[in-house]
Design a binder for this molecule. Sequence first.
Ligand SMILES: [Zn+2]
Length: 323
Amino acid sequence: MVRGDSVPARTADGKTVGDLTMTAKHPDGEPWQWPEATWRGIVGRGRAGRSLAPTHWPEGARCAVALSFDADHETIPLRDNDESPMRISQGQYGARRGVPRIRALLQKAGVPATFFYPAVSALLHPDEVRGVAGDGHEIGIHSWIHEVNTSLSYEVERDLATRAAEVLAGLAGRDPVGMRTASWDFSVNTLRVIREMKLLYDSSLMADDEPYELMDAGEATGIVELPPEWIRDDAVYFNMLRFSALRPYTPPSAVEEIFQAEFEGAWEEGGLFLLTMHPHVIGHRSRIALLARLVAHMQARGQCWFATHAQVAAWCRDNASAA
Ligand SMILES: [Zn+2]
């Protein structure tokens, strides 16, 4: 029973259009014909197990803030086999303008963050990776070339993830301990790969607001899931693709309102506020300002523990309530 043979949907001109997938027929027939063991097995992959919401946060904090930047840069058009210098230049903007602005903002605010790099992006910008790591930020795994995991075999996915980790370790000077799958495209094989790589955490799945332990077919894995969400992702609101209907309809002020409301909810509940951004998206003049205002708002609110994803994962693993 092999699943995960979804293929990315493509527009008429052959471009991948993200997470729209067409799924091959299941050997057990149509979904309404599946035996119970089939549908239970499907939902049992990468399932949320016990909550890892901690009994308390460090430094007397009420709330944890984990900012992440997926430094995709040129790898989105490369992944799409799109050699357009225009689209590649949009990615290069992330390195030329986005990351320097983000690093300056984080330095000024005195907060750490996590930068997830596709290996090809890191190899194109090695000094950037060294600089970001040198600033004290975490470097995490984010695919080889932003490939679509659900279109790959287990062997290929594992090979790419392993080689990506080696590239990042060589540039950052330390082994990465966490993975964010590209496009959060966590395949039916990804958890097996993560377990074999002995990573501390993943940040791709969305079953909770708070960290939880990943289950593999009913077995507790010890892997921490730090849940992202499309709601807390800049790309959802700001992406633009000329030859599709994809347009940035949401003004930065509205995105700021959504992010701030998500933060306020986390603060009220004493939970985790995890925000995903992209240097080539958030790095523009009209948008970096909203991030600066959001960070200032959180710092003014107080009792926030700003931490890397690795720090949050380790804390939650070690301080989860016994329940
Ligand atoms: Zn990405």
